[in-house]
Design a protein around this ligand. Structure first.
Ligand SMILES: NC(=O)c1ccc[n+]([C@@H]2O[C@H](COP(=O)([O-])OP(=O)(O)OC[C@H]3O[C@@H](n4cnc5c(N)ncnc54)[C@H](O)[C@@H]3O)[C@@H](O)[C@H]2O)c1
Length: 274
């Protein structure tokens, strides 16, 4: 009986060790090259820092070059390698040059996080074509163009992880963000279709869909509205950029190797519909 008991403990320890080693190989992307667009601030910065901590060499790409360099400094302070790069996702020449630079400097791209985004809260009836064009150019067309630039490299490698940062506005709608919701809904449909087209090449494409998250845009909302919003969140707090980064990290790692074309809401339970 005692022997059976000890061998049970031995087996369970062995099992736990196996689980740990699977987890380590999943979280340590040693040598993996990760590109994070919009990595100069907020969620993109948290994603860049998280992926770097987990072993990826991160290229922090943004129109805000000073912010991108700050993110890189934060990563380097932790003893990890990273590089800042200028990228305007609305400009085809900038995307082409950025892609060439990444391939020249890093040789490949294993993980592409399409996070760059922008919006302005305004009733649709008071908005105009210039605002719609800007929102669509940054949030949808930019993401499509960057993906188009990097996809052939991933196909040639026979592997790759694309993680698109959408928004719960694109899943359930959001007053004052009508066109942004359309762009982010487009990101979700685009993600699912790219996932279908590229699965055969070993590439996954998934969406992280943040709810209200504590970045500079949220802090611009009047305090009483912030408080009201927090009261309506089942987990009773606003999301942090790290909450979103953890979900991105999951899709970027081998822990999600059998998952593609999916949308994960990081919203404290604020939205629960499919
Ligand atoms: N914060 C939220 O509550 C929230 C909610 C849902 C979705 N999101 C999404 O998360 C992503 C990150 O948002 P955030 O809150 O961290 O915003 P943020 O403004 O703090 O960061 C966005 C980053 O994108 C960069 N960017 C903007 N236009 C660009 C362009 N043309 N080319 C390259 N980079 C550009 C900005 O310079 C900035 O660094 C966005 O896609 C946003 O739509 C945010």
């Amino acid at each position: 009986m005692m022997l059976v008991y000890y061998s049970y403990i031995g087996l369970s320890v062995l099992h736990r060790r196996r689980q740990e080693s699977v987890l380590l190989s999943a979280t340590r992307r040693s040598g993996a090259i990760a590109v994070v667009t919009g990595g100069a601030n907020g969620i993109g910065r948290a994603v860049a820092v998280t992926l770097a901590r987990e072993g990826a060499r991160v290229v922090v790409a943004d129109v805000d070059h000073a912010g991108a360099r700050e993110t890189v400094a934060m990563i380097e302070e932790g003893g990890f390698p990273a590089r800042a790069a200028s990228l305007d996702v609305t400009n085809e020449a900038s995307i082409a040059q950025f892609y060439l630079d990444v391939i020249a400097e890093e040789g490949r791209c294993d993980v592409l996080v399409n996070n760059a985004g922008w919006g302005e809260v305004r009733a649709f009836i008071d908005s105009d074509r210039a605002l719609w064009d800007r929102i669509m150019a940054i949030n949808l067309m930019g993401l499509i163009s960057v993906t188009h630039a990097f996809l052939p490299n991933m196909v040639a490698l026979g592997s790759g992880r694309i993680v698109n940062v959408s928004s719960d506005a694109g899943r359930v709608g959001s007053s004052g963000e009508t066109v942004l919701a359309g762009a982010k809904g487009g990101v979700i449909a685009f993600t699912k279709s790219i996932a279908r087209e590229t699965a055969r090449y070993g590439i996954s494409c998934n969406c992280v869909s943040p709810g209200p998250t504590d970045t500079r845009a949220f802090r611009e909302i009047p305090q009483h509205l912030q408080d009201a919003l927090i009261r309506s969140i089942p987990l009773r707090r606003i999301g942090s950029p790290d909450d979103v980064a953890n979900a991105v990290s999951f899709f970027a790692s081998s822990r999600s190797s059998y998952i593609t074309g999916q949308v994960l809401s990081v919203s404290g339970g604020l939205t629960m519909s499919d």
